[in-house]
Design a binder for this molecule. Structure first.
Ligand code: HEM
Length: 463
């Protein structure tokens, strides 16, 4: 699938893969430190592995046919597992990411129109506005000044949410969100040994105390989002077309009941979390990868300058190089690097019996780097995603946004946003890595550079 010679390709950093399975203690320590390091060579070589470990009966499935069975063909038999829910639910409550059954169906059906192709296209001017403001803001800094690109991207992605899904704003400083999200990820996102061992929920998890201020912060954000909406409606204003309106108007077609208030609140937090940190990470990795591959950087810059037209943001659709770069970044560093499900009833996958209760890990990170599915799997080669090659990728070999009924509802939103932002930034600036910086992926719910990413932001005309 790759077209460039292997020797010219940049191979970005990834954790070493052990040759043999880890013992119990090493498993716990690795999952706590950096879960991406848990994958052994066998996971990349074998389509499915199953066995009993300290975590109970676990399987790892990294084959397109297995992915299709779990996420699509037999999706009703695979629910989100308890460990995943224990990590996500304190923040995300019973929102769209964590809900199940009828509650999930009602939420998904109510929110789907907001993410239809037409509705997402209507968000393009708002995304362009945020990108242009960022370019302008950067122009006030010294040429070549160093920026923490992870922070910059999450600021942009939050501002996009404020201009689209939360049309009355979020009412807080972006830096406050950044602090709260980091606090949450560093506490709830760090696997607790008690959870790994399946200890009962009433036993206190001391590592989580650090995350409580973040939960309080999100509670207060939700209060102000809902109060602002009430004030607008009480004052006779029209309900804007944003996230809150379909949530407030949702009705179960059979019972006529609306969504409980707690689920509405949960979705406000869910969309703040799911809607910015993931795209921001994909953008951060894209800029890093481009900084290390001069040929692709040149192609991306040329496209940003000559194909994208800021006066017509829908021209992002013609930017196939920028899209390919972003998709390749999501292949190498999928922001949602670990997906998992638990079998409700017995099943069989690729001829392997899967007893009821088995927890199955499906890591996009592993799947995206399997040597039998990808040429030069660890190398940065966006050409695999150019139009001429894109159709050759199996739908179930590339799942940065998941698959099946629970596929990411924000996928088209995120792709559009990412291309518009990259186009705007690369038209004017070149991002160069600050020398001597060690870049390594770290998984804390999402996959981000361990110590952030510091880059010089140089005006292109001066490079
Ligand atoms: C690069 C950006 C993104 C990535 C990589 C990503 C990844 C994913 C993945 C893998 C899932 C499926 C999880 C599973 O099956 O267990 C998912 C679900 C979800 N995503 Fe995204 N996402 C991104 C952007 C967004 C955006 C921009 C939004 C909102 C504006 C969003 C909202 C959601 C929601 C609400 C769900 C749950 C859908 C459901 O279960 O029905 N995501 N995302």
């Amino acid at each position: 699938m790759a077209t460039a010679a292997a020797s010219q390709l940049f191979v970005p950093p990834y954790p070493p893969r052990s040759d043999k399975p880890r013992g119990a203690l090493s498993t716990i320590l690795t999952l706590r430190r950096n879960p991406i390091e848990i994958w052994a060579q066998a996971h990349f070589d074998r389509p499915i592995l199953i066995g009993r470990s300290i975590l109970g009966l676990r399987a790892a499935a990294h084959d397109p046919a297995a992915v299709r069975r779990i996420f699509l063909d037999n999706a009703a038999n695979y629910r989100k597992d308890d460990l995943q829910l224990r990590i996500l639910s304190p923040g995300l409550g019973n929102g769209l990411v964590t809900a199940d059954g009828e509650s999930w169906r009602l939420q998904r059906r109510s929110l789907a129109p907001l993410f239809s192709p037409r509705a997402v296209a209507d968000f393009a001017p708002a995304m362009q506005g945020v990108a242009a403001t960022t370019v302008e803001r950067l122009s006030r800094r010294r040429d070549g000044a160093v920026a923490d690109v992870g922070e910059l991207m999450s600021r942009i992605a939050l501002e996009v949410l404020e201009q689209t899904l939360f049309s009355q704003g979020l009412g807080r400083e972006v830096s406050e969100f950044q602090r709260a999200v980091t606090e949450y990820f560093d506490s709830f996102g760090r696997l607790d040994p008690l959870d790994l061992l399946g200890a009962p929920a009433f036993l206190p998890r001391f590592g989580r105390r650090r995350g409580r201020p973040a939960l309080k912060f999100f509670d207060s954000v939700v209060d102000s989002v809902i109060d602002n909406r009430k004030r607008l409606l009480d004052g006779g204003g029209d309900a804007p077309r944003d996230l809150l309106t379909p949530l407030l108007e949702a009705k179960d077609p059979e019972t006529g009941r609306g969504l409980p208030g707690a689920d509405i609140r949960a979705n406000i937090v869910t969309f703040i979390f799911a809607g910015h940190e993931t795209t921001a990470n994909g953008l951060t990795w894209s800029l890093y990868l481009l900084s290390q591959a001069a040929d692709w950087r040149q192609r991306a810059e040329e496209e940003a300058s000559h194909v994208f037209d800021p006066a017509r943001p829908s021209s992002f659709e013609d930017c196939e190089v920028l899209r390919a770069v972003f998709e390749e970044a999501l292949r190498l560093y999928p922001p949602a690097a670990a997906l998992s499900r638990q079998a409700i009833a017995d099943d069989e996958i690729l001829g392997v019996p899967i007893p009821a209760g088995t927890v199955i890990s499906i890591s996009p990170y592993v799947l995206h780097r399997r040597p039998n599915l990808w040429t030069n799997p660890d190398a940065f080669d966006p050409s695999r995603f150019l139009r001429a090659n894109r159709d050759r990728i199996d739908r179930f070999a590339y799942i940065p946004f998941g698959a099946g009924p629970r596929v990411c509802i924000g996928m088209p939103f995120s792709l559009q946003e990412a291309i518009i932002i990259l186009a705007n930034l690369l038209r004017t600036y070149r991002f160069e890595l600050v020398e001597g910086q060690e870049v390594a992926p770290q998984q804390r719910i999402t996959l981000r550079p361990r110590r952030g990413l510091r880059m010089h932001v140089k005006r292109r005309e001066s490079t």
